[in-house]
Design a protein around this ligand. Structure first.
Ligand code: AMP
Length: 572
């Protein structure tokens, strides 16, 4: 049965229906671990999970199963470090149970009135940022006396952002019997401190990441907005010689949607997911293997066991749930000595998970920029010339001699040819078919802004702060940016990946500490400077394109790709 694996974890039919509607097929590794334990509801839990691994469902599904809707009391409180995450978690949890579940996001910066109205009306689950939650608790507008579950989502981020005291105080409003579920991507010592203080009967759950390597295939990634992914995909297909690839999506809903969009635009695409019957599946695979279709859109589950060789591309339209699946996915190209390319689309929301993945697979994944409309049209022109030369050389065209003569008798050769091209290729060479895809830098977190409790009053100047960070934390001076010294504290921007270790190191320097408070922490949003370059990421400047004689993909769903000529493949 579809969703069998979710059922085995102990979820009810009602929840399974909701998951089916969302298009989930199988639990992610962290969901497999946490859901059964949480459903027993006997332990506090510490789970190590990155964003993007399905962690929201990992804690959200058991809570939705266990709570009694319409009790008119807050039974679960989920604390998240940012408002974006709070909104995301709120929406995801709401989707697990339509109808009678009341979930509400409570975050700073939003109007109080609406929040008060909702809280007064009664909610089952509150998802919020610590500061605003605390506001409501102090005013007496949020009542946690019936709280059964407290989730600390992205606990390490909350600690980094200096929310520890807030979390501390929030916990004092909750009854003793509450369970605490702590989710964190990393497990710094302070998490252990927090758990010792508040948690009982702790079960620690983490997905063991096997050492995975993925070095056979050429791997690149593009940064694109979620809403631009479709256009990005069509560009890649269009600029390719003979695109023959699998495009991976996370859910069957996403697969169906993408296939429909591709078909609408005239591409020969087929979709595979858990709802596709066995006979249909075989038919689709036969077609794909014969290259009657050249784009197979699939979920991870559905792609298992597909044995197709000579794929030119594997495209991660959405990131997989774990590094192993990534390696699995991309291992489908580059088989048996064949050259293939794995392309991953990264939206801003996926960036953090991608950084984790990159570390985990220990392979170089190059950043490139998408081909522009101009690039694609140039490729298409080259391809036309190429095919024309081929016909002139190897095919007969005597049937057209007469009409050619007649046309040239009436028209200037250039005009005749141009008009004929127009007839044959319609709008194929129109660059405006490729609307602007806005370049983005998903790596908003490419840098971190540190708050450092040393300022002018203790003799610090920007230069000294830079030296301190370089000397103590090993951060190259040129990577330290935008240092500002105030009287009692300073700010500095450093690479995101160095932030955690740098704070740890600085906070261990007892001799520098001015008082008991940590010397370094992440600057709060309001303290960040908006005028600085927020990314610090260097673009390779390289455009994704193959060699100059590469071709275009003629639009037309019925095209038989097996008949296409086999051009030499080139490296990027
Ligand atoms: P999260 O890690 O909770 O931010 O989830 C990342 C994305 O994965 C969300 O869009 C979820 O809806 C989706 N997701 C979570 N669990 C699954 C699953 N078992 N199958 C497919 N998609 C999932």
């Amino acid at each position: 049965m579809i969703l069998e694996a979710f059922k085995e974890l102990g979820l009810s039919d009602r929840t399974l229906d909701a998951l089916a509607a969302k298009g989930f097929e199988t639990p992610s590794p962290i969901q497999r671990l946490t859901i059964p334990v949480m459903l027993q509801n006997r332990n506090d839990i510490i789970a190590q999970a990155q964003t993007g691994t399905g962690k929201t469902a990992a804690f959200g599904l058991p809570i939705v199963e266990l709570l009694e809707p319409r009790a008119k009391q807050v039974q679960a409180l989920i604390l998240a470090p940012t408002r974006e995450l709070a909104i995301q978690v709120n929406d995801e949890i709401q989707s697990f149970r339509k109808g009678d579940l009341r979930v509400t996001p409570i975050y700073g910066g939003a109007a109080m009135n609406e929040q008060l109205r909702r809280l007064r009306a009664g909610v089952d689950i509150v998802v919020g940022t610590p500061g605003r939650i605390l506001d409501h608790l102090r005013r007496g507008t949020l009542d946690l006396s019936s709280l059964r579950w407290l989730v600390l989502d992205e606990a390490d981020e909350m600690l980094n952002m200096g929310f520890i005291d807030d979390v501390d105080e929030i916990l004092s409003y909750a009854p003793d019997e509450r369970r605490i579920f702590l989710f964190s991507a990393t497990m710094p010592d302070r998490i252990a401190g927090l758990s010792r203080k508040y948690m009982r009967d702790i079960e620690v759950l983490r997905v063991e990441n096997k050492q995975v390597t993925a070095d056979l295939t050429d791997q690149i990634y593009f940064e694109v907005r979620e809403s631009d992914k479709f256009d990005a995909l069509t560009r890649i297909i269009d600029v390719e010689n003979d695109f023959y690839g699998i495009v991976f999506c996370r859910t069957k809903v996403a697969v169906d949607q993408l296939v429909n969009n591709l078909l609408e635009r005239g591409y020969a695409a087929e979709g595979l997911h858990g709802d596709v019957s066995q006979s249909q599946r075989e038919k689709i695979l036969r077609k794909f293997k014969k290259r009657h279709s050249n784009i197979l859109v699939a979920t991870d589950v559905a792609a298992r066991g597909i044995d197709v060789s000579n794929l030119t591309h594997v495209i991660n339209y959405s990131l997989p749930q774990d590094p192993e699946s990534y390696v699995h996915r991309i291992g489908r190209t580059g088989r048996a000595g064949n050259e293939g390319t794995a392309i991953t689309f990264i939206s801003p929301a996926e960036n953090r998970q991608f950084m984790f993945l990159q570390r985990q697979v220990k392979a170089e994944i190059r950043k490139e920029t998408l081909p522009t409309g101009h690039d694609i049209v140039e490729m298409k022109k080259l391809k036309i010339k190429d095919e024309l030369a081929e016909i002139v050389e190897n095919e007969t065209y005597a049937d057209y001699d007469e009409i050619a003569r007649e046309l040239l008798a009436e028209l200037d050769p250039e005009v005749a040819l141009a008009a004929l091209m127009r007839l044959a290729f319609k709008n194929e060479l129109d660059e405006s078919n490729y609307p602007e895809i806005r370049r983005i830098d998903v790596n908003r977190r490419g840098t971190s802004r540190l708050f450092i409790g040393l300022g002018k009053s203790s003799g610090y100047r920007p230069k000294l702060i830079v030296e301190l960070l370089a000397r103590e934390c090993g951060i190259p001076q040129q990577k330290i940016d935008d240092v500002k010294c105030m009287d009692d504290f300073s700010f500095a921007t450093i690479p995101f990946q160095d932030a955690e270790a740098a704070m740890k190191k600085l906070n261990s320097l007892r001799e520098l500490a001015q008082d008991d408070r940590p010397l370094a922490k992440l600057a709060k949003e309001s303290e960040k400077q908006s005028d600085r370059n927020p990314n610090g990421v260097r673009d390779s400047g390289r455009n994704y394109r193959r060699g100059p004689r590469d071709s275009y993909q003629r639009r037309g769903g019925s095209q038989d790709y097996s008949k296409r000529r086999d051009h030499t493949r080139r490296k990027y």
